[in-house]
Design a protein around this ligand. Sequence first.
Ligand SMILES: NC(=O)c1ccc[n+]([C@@H]2O[C@H](COP(=O)([O-])OP(=O)(O)OC[C@H]3O[C@@H](n4cnc5c(N)ncnc54)[C@H](OP(=O)(O)O)[C@@H]3O)[C@@H](O)[C@H]2O)c1
Length: 267
Amino acid sequence: MNSLKFRIFGFHLRSTNSKEILFNSLKTIEMNTVLVTGANKGIGFEIAKNLGKRGYRVVAGARNGQRGLAAVEQLRSEGLTADFLQIDVTDLKSIDEAAKLVAEKYPDINLLVNNAGIPGYPMYAAGWEFDAATLEQTWRTDFLGPFELIKQLLNTLKANHGKILNVSIPIEPSPFFNAFAYQTAKAPLNVMTKSFGMTFEKENIPVEIMAVMPGAVSTDLNGRIQGSFVKTPEQAAAWIVGLAFDGQNHNGQVINHDGALADYSAG
Ligand SMILES: NC(=O)c1ccc[n+]([C@@H]2O[C@H](COP(=O)([O-])OP(=O)(O)OC[C@H]3O[C@@H](n4cnc5c(N)ncnc54)[C@H](OP(=O)(O)O)[C@@H]3O)[C@@H](O)[C@H]2O)c1
């Protein structure tokens, strides 16, 4: 992926009455574009900022206009190129409209970051205590939304040899992390990452897909937990974005923050 390209056009035009009109050079700056969902805060906002600093035009996806625009203002105030895109990843119509707009307005998009996510609350309730509506909302946000967005942008990403990053979590329940709604919602995201990656490779589709699991990060999602093992959103974003630029092929990988790859065939 090229992160930044410049193209400058300059031209003269001669009018019919022979008065030469000199047009100011029309300067077009051509950048690669990334779409980050849930970019208005937390890890998503920091991913957007990190990529903006790398020269990307950031399309900051958010479901709420006010919050999304505030994030875009903040990115722009730091000299970054950012546009707001309204997208609610639980709403197929919203995804459809957003994807069409992105494909039309940003045909150079070569990175999609499926970051928007929720854990389903109360995060650590016993599984049977969740109601179906909460589970459905969590699954729509964490899996169906990213699935649909990938489907809709796949042709454009193919044309640009793009990458897809799915922000995820370990899905094995353990005594340390047993979050029923959250893990059952991210499980298909991780499976999709492996499945699509395998098919991309088999069919020589020039797209790389990976899922990234940054570990514990202090954000609103978890009440801004603190601890020596907890990352800041900025640190998490730096690790996540770094994987897209480390020169390795991560296609089909589900990567933990310690570098371990999830392997669901083991054991
Ligand atoms: N924090 C962690 O420890 C941790 C660890 C591993 C992975 N992750 C993953 O990292 C991602 C970002 O989480 P975070 O920790 O940064 O949490 P966060 O601060 O709560 O941010 C979540 C983002 O997702 C957006 N979002 C939620 N539902 C949405 C919807 N239906 N449509 C569009 N956007 C929606 C939120 O928008 P609103 O502001 O409108 O709610 C917000 O921008 C999630 O996928 C999460 O699972 C987090």
